[in-house]
Write a protein that binds this ligand. Structure first.
Ligand SMILES: [Zn+2]
Length: 300
């Protein structure tokens, strides 16, 4: 653009003002500097609003940074429950009420408002891999997932599990669920920031093989970074050998919309790994490593 001549000066100034206003709208929400948001707005501030509504128990739809009708409806439902003016516009009152809510819930840590989906592998009629000594993968994955959930919630995250017990995901709403579709649907419908699937490996050809592996979606640099961060943290925390991270052609990785990793933690074909996986302190060390990895990934 050329230098502004006197005749064009007012419009240049108007453009500058509009640009400043636009930049102000894009500044992420921090304390008092919260922007006014309404139907039709978009950006990181809207995504932040959506995360806060989710954490408060309201459903704004996917966390996509677009202030659409569903986010507006969730905003109005929240305003009604908080005794505010129900106008669907997010101003200082609504931001304040959402912040206070975060303050009184356990969501005060660095992961406040982040939605994390933990997917314990297998479950119900699907035991997963079975060790020579009868240990079932599905029990180990649920144990580690439940402990990981607690560590993430302590840091303020909203954690959704694809199953909370020994059943097939989806069987709580359908008698014959497609368990893989259910795992993916839970993550996509919540607009999760991150998807973590937990499994235990098996390699019958060589019972000596032990360690941790991470898998990620082909072409997703973020998922690759997630898998690497999780594997190195689990290795450091639990003392398992870091074998490798690689592309994994798995349904749950290829059909989720967010950074996703499938972690294979130890081998049911290795006696030492199985012996460790049976121990509460070891599952706890793995969970600490996973939670640390999630934090490192999200707060890079
Ligand atoms: Zn598995």
């Amino acid at each position: 653009m050329g230098k502004a001549r006197p005749v064009t000066a007012p419009s240049t100034k108007a453009i500058a003002v509009a640009a400043v206003a636009f930049i102000l709208l894009l500044i992420p929400v921090r304390g008092e500097a919260a922007p006014l948001l309404r139907l039709g707005d978009y950006g990181e501030s809207v995504a932040q609003l959506q995360r806060m509504l989710l954490a408060a128990g309201f459903d704004p739809g996917p966390v996509d940074g677009i202030f659409g009708p569903r986010t507006q409806a969730a905003t109005m439902a929240f305003q009604e429950s908080a005794g505010l003016v129900i106008d669907g516009i997010v101003g200082p009152q609504t931001w304040g009420a959402l912040n206070r809510l975060g303050g009184v819930s356990r969501g005060t840590g660095p992961l406040r408002g982040r939605v994390i989906v933990i997917d314990p592998g297998h479950g119900g009629p699907e035991p997963g891999a079975i060790s020579y000594w009868g240990d079932k993968e599905k029990h180990f994955t649920l144990g580690i997932a439940t402990k990981t959930r607690r560590y993430l919630e302590d840091q303020g995250a909203v954690v959704v599990m694809t199953r909370y017990g020994d059943y097939s995901p989806g069987s709580d709403w359908s008698p014959r669920p497609d368990e893989l579709l259910a795992r993916v649907s839970i993550a996509n419908s919540r607009g999760a920031d991150l998807f973590l699937s937990i499994h235990i490996n098996a390699y019958p050809k060589d019972p000596g093989v032990s360690g941790v592996m991470g898998f990620y979606r082909a072409g997703s640099w973020e998922s690759q970074r997630l898998a690497r961060t999780l594997a190195s943290n689990v290795s450091a925390s639990a003392g398992l050998r870091y074998i490798d991270t690689q592309v994994g052609p798995y349904y749950v990785l290829n059909n989720t919309y967010m950074p996703a990793a499938l972690m294979e933690i130890g081998f049911v074909t290795n006696w030492n790994d199985v012996n460790l996986l049976r121990q509460d302190w070891f599952q706890d060390a793995v969970a600490k490593g996973l939670a640390r990895g999630v934090r490192e990934f999200l707060l890079r």
